[in-house]
Design a protein around this ligand. Structure first.
Ligand code: FPP
Length: 239
């Protein structure tokens, strides 16, 4: 296990695919929503740990655009958990200088969730510590198509010369325009997939996959991932 060293490079942006909540619940003979509920505790611990080691951005995949296909009761439970998190935790986000942001098709969420999100985003807007980016109804392909659509519109309107389109102009159209690319992508539950998460943004991210299921992913697991990151040599395609 790679030991984390606070004096070595700290990943500035960590992105997490939080997977395995269902399996965690099944192993215990519990309903899936219990896996998600315990997973929400892991989110709090990840936030605390990122704050402690000095990470600037934490992006979590809380609900994908494909997750709408899950049974209605599970979708409801996940939206309920989000509402609960926002109601109960916004004051501690403020206290801990955490800024909340979201990416994804937020207008697809229930109106009550949208309102709670707006309130928490506004209440934490002035914070300048860790930024927590929650991906909700998020799909990377959709995001890329949407960015392409708006660039095509600009070209049609004569505001953009297609010959001048470059990576920076494209990235500026993505939901993540305000954030640096993730340095470290963590996926729990041992699956080797990126599942439509930040496809553009993770081009040069270091990837850490652990068998640990998300509800079991706690402080030591995050430190292990950060320690593993510190062992990697990032070359960004160079030598
Ligand atoms: C994947 O596990 C996890 C999700 C689809 C939801 C993740 C959401 C949370 C942890 C809720 C908390 C979020 C906030 C912001 C309060 P899975 O259900 O696909 O697990 P499985 O692959 O084992 O079935």
């Amino acid at each position: 296990m790679a030991a984390f060293d606070p004096d070595k490079e700290i990943p500035r942006h960590i992105a997490i695919i939080m997977d395995g909540n269902g399996r965690w619940a099944r192993e215990r003979g519990l309903p899936r929503r219990e896996g998600h509920r315990t997973g929400a505790e892991s989110v709090e611990i990840a936030l605390e740990t990122c704050g402690e080691i000095g990470v600037d951005y934490l992006t979590i995949y809380a609900f994908s655009s494909e997750n709408w296909k899950r049974p209605e009761a599970e979708v409801k439970a996940l939206m309920g958990l989000l509402a609960h998190f926002l109601k109960e935790k916004t004051s501690s986000l403020i206290k801990n200088n955490i800024r909340l942001r979201v990416i994804g098709q937020i207008d697809k969420l229930p109106k009550s969730n949208q309102k709670e999100l707006e309130k928490s985003i506004e209440a934490t807007a002035g914070n300048d510590g860790l930024t927590l980016v929650v991906a909700l109804s998020y799909g990377s392909r959709e995001e890329i198509v949407e960015a392409t659509r708006s660039l095509m519109k600009k070209a049609q309107d004569g505001e953009l010369d297609p010959g001048n389109l470059d990576e920076a102009t494209f990235a500026a159209q993505l939901n993540t325009a305000a954030y640096p690319d993730p340095d470290l992508l963590i996926r729990t539950s041992g699956e080797f997939r990126v599942s439509n998460f930040l496809l553009w943004q993770i081009s040069y991210s270091e990837i850490f996959i652990t068998k640990t299921l998300w509800p079991d992913f706690r402080r030591d697991n995050l430190l292990e991932a950060a320690g593993e990151y510190q062992k990697r040599q990032r070359r960004f395609g160079g030598v």
